[in-house]
Design a binder for this molecule. Structure first.
Ligand SMILES: *Cc1c(COP(=O)(O)O)cnc(C)c1O
Length: 467
């Protein structure tokens, strides 16, 4: 399998280089040169596989000869063995036609673990074989950071620098990052928003000299390998509910568009996915796009669902590439205009096409609180603010009630105890393995929102590059 950039001018790469590279050199994102498809018969044969066996089957066409299939299967088995539910991504039935896909059984209680636990192992595997080291830099509005750090801690070939917006993460999210003390883990609190952090990451990658000197790599959701790993739980859910012989729809609380794009990828691989429903908070650029072809940037406002406090959803570019019939230069042009003018204009015909598959629904903070309460009252489930947005978006926007709806529960409610408690009157408990989190010592460096300050810090702390 070869990978091409959404902007059409970076070199094609194999899986191992895409894994280690992250952002393409032309500023684009890597996507498979062709979508691998399984036949209905092949999908049927996958029913009943365990989660890690399914991961090996679904991911194998993407690996090419970069990672041996048996090695990958071993890594998948190892990655998911530590999850606290045997089904790894269990489906819980909420009503006759609606299911919750619980994606919070990994070490940091968010769906990010499902990809990152495996990606961390793949990094180590490929780097060790090549005799290389890397420096991972990432931006997080909360969950990516802890999941990435948890996946990379103490790995000999990796240094990891994670930036979070100072005082804009929940206490639980911040502590899950800053209480991990390992030689190779560096937490940075940036005076700015999540989008500022993300811009700093992009700026570091666009500084080619720095990028090469530091051996920069990314684990944020622009990394194709993460999307690939996330396809697995959509396949797992779809097969459990009768695919490929029955359609299924998904509702996904969305920020950077990585998770819901993995559902799109599952559909490209031949699964009968009827509808993809994007749940949004007050940072609703995607909802405005899918509902009225208005993709205009606004300032980011903090909400009850901080992992979705994003205006520029990086992974949307991957969908745009498909909507533009894989015309890289056209995507590059659109993205430049978007950057310059703050608004992306897609012609009506292509927008209609997007709308056939995608729907979106926005919830204000008030509606998000009401959603947590309504979900608890009508289903008995305590859900976190992100998942609540997913459930209500699904309820509101599903078109065909005869198609089963699966809502991605992207975080455990105990990651957001204050909002959940305030909305429902029920205080969620952390699982036993995290119950002493608030007694652990925090460590991080607070830095100004300037490229210079961050680059200096990385240069002096990185064990792989620099001096
Ligand atoms: C990261 C995250 C999201 C957003 O996922 P994207 O892939 O960025 O769209 C939603 N909910 C939670 C809890 C998250 O951690």
């Amino acid at each position: 399998m070869r990978y091409i950039s959404t902007r059409g001018s970076a070199p094609d790469l194999g899986f191992d280089d895409v894994l280690l590279t992250g952002l393409a050199r032309d500023g684009g994102l890597y996507v498979p040169a062709d979508w691998p498809r399984f036949t209905a018969a092949e999908w049927r044969e996958m029913r009943g596989l365990s989660y890690d066996e399914l991961a090996a089957r679904v991911c194998s066409p993407y690996l090419g000869d970069a990672i041996d299939e048996d090695d990958f299967a071993d890594m998948a088995a190892d990655a998911y063995s530590g999850f606290d539910h045997d089904a790894v991504a269990p489906l819980k039935q909420l009503s006759a036609d609606t299911w919750l896909m619980e994606l919070f059984h990994g070490p940091t209680l968010s769906f990010k673990d499902y990809a990152l636990q495996l990606v961390g192992r793949m990094f180590d595997h490929v780097l060790t074989r090549r005799g290389e080291r890397i420096c991972i830099v990432g931006a997080t509005s909360g969950d990516t950071g802890s999941a990435a750090i948890e996946a990379c801690r103490d790995r000999e070939a990796i240094d990891i620098f994670i930036m979070h917006p100072y005082q804009r993460c929940s206490d639980v999210q911040r502590k899950q990052m800053t209480t991990i003390h390992a030689m190779n883990v560096h937490n940075i609190a940036v005076d700015g928003t999540f989008d500022d952090c993300q811009d700093l990451v992009k700026a570091m990658f666009n500084d080619m000299a720095f990028r090469d000197e530091m051996h920069l790599s990314a684990v944020n959701s622009i990394n194709w390998a993460r999307i690939m790993c996330q396809i697995v739980y959509y396949a797992h859910a779809a097969l459990s509910l009768g695919a490929p012989d029955r359609e299924v729809s998904f509702a996904v609380p969305t920020g950077n568009f990585g998770n819901v794009f993995a559902a799109y990828a599952a559909r490209q691989m031949g699964l009968p996915i009827g509808q993809l429903i994007v749940g949004a908070n007050e940072n609703d650029i995607l909802a405005r796009f899918f509902n009225s072809n208005d993709m205009s940037m606004q300032t980011v406002v903090p909400t009850l669902s901080p992992s979705m406090d994003i205006q520029v959803s990086s992974n949307f570019e991957r969908l745009l590439f498909e909507l533009m019939d894989r015309d890289g230069p056209a995507v590059a042009h659109l993205m430049q205009t978007f950057r310059a003018s703050g608004s992306l204009g897609l012609d009506d015909e292509r927008w209609q096409r997007a709308q056939q598959l995608f729907s979106a629904h926005r919830l204000s903070n008030e509606e998000c609180r009401a959603a947590m309460k309504a979900v608890l009252e009508s289903t008995g489930e305590l859900v976190d603010p992100h998942s609540a947005i997913g459930v209500v978006a699904g309820w509101t926007r599903r078109r065909d009630p005869s198609v089963p709806l699966v809502v991605a529960a992207t975080a455990h409610p105990a990651k957001f105890p204050d909002s959940v408690g305030e909305a429902t009157g029920v205080h969620p408990q952390l699982p036993p393995r995290l119950s002493d989190l608030f007694d652990r010592e925090e460590r991080y460096d607070r830095l100004p929102n300037t490229l210079n300050a961050i680059q200096d810090f990385v240069r002096k702390s990185n064990r792989a590059g620099g001096r």
